[in-house]
Design a protein. Structure first.
Length: 197
């Protein structure tokens, strides 16, 4: 295994363990065991758990940027792009029911720990907020684009939290349908207002 491949495997395993067990409850040994390397080899790549956390956050940011870019490439319509965001609740429903939202759970845990990396972890929410705000602006809702972006983020986090608490897939599907209906209403209002101008 090359150094880069081993490092990537460590970051991937750590990201999964932080999500499933929590950052605080994941040890060096847990990560080393998951990657099947010795602790000595592990320390060659990372000196501390905080170093791994930084790498995990950076990896999540890179993956999220790529996902958002892919959504933009897949559709010309901002409403369809926003729908892609809404539908990640369906795509990830099995994990969400068991562990919650990976972004929300990490941000919440780091805030409770008053961890130095909490600001970096919150950049994931900022990335989604900025992207959604841009999509709502393109949809014709410039005046309230940020408010709509925050509403959608808050609602999706609430859905993830309750789906995790109650392990209820029907709830996820029902809420996603309602959000898609709400999005269609937003798009229709924007189109109607554009005709009146």
């Amino acid at each position: 295994m090359s150094r880069r491949t081993t490092r990537n495997n460590i970051v991937e395993a750590a990201g999964e363990l932080f999500y499933r067990q929590g950052f605080e409850h994941t040890s060096f040994s847990d990560i080393a065991d998951a990657v099947h390397i010795s602790r000595g080899n592990f320390y060659y790549h990372f000196k501390s758990k905080d170093d791994i956390l930084d790498a995990v956050i950076n990896e999540r940011l890179a993956d999220t940027r790529k996902m958002l870019k892919d959504w933009e490439a897949e559709s010309e319509q901002p409403a369809d792009r926003i729908a892609s965001f809404i539908n990640i609740l369906i795509a990830n429903r099995a994990d969400i029911k068991r562990f919650g939202c990976p972004v929300g759970t990490l941000s919440t845990e780091l805030a409770k720990l008053n961890h130095a990396s909490r600001t970096e972890a919150n950049q994931l929410f900022t990335l989604f907020r900025t992207w959604l705000r841009r999509q709502f602006t393109l949809l014709g809702r410039k005046a309230d684009a940020d408010q709509l972006a925050m509403y959608l983020l808050a609602r999706s986090q609430g859905i993830a939290t309750l789906a995790n608490a109650f392990h209820d897939e029907k709830f996820i599907r029902r809420e996603v349908r309602q959000m898609c209906d709400w999005l269609n209403t937003c798009a229709q209002e924007a189109a109607h207002n554009a005709k009146e101008i």
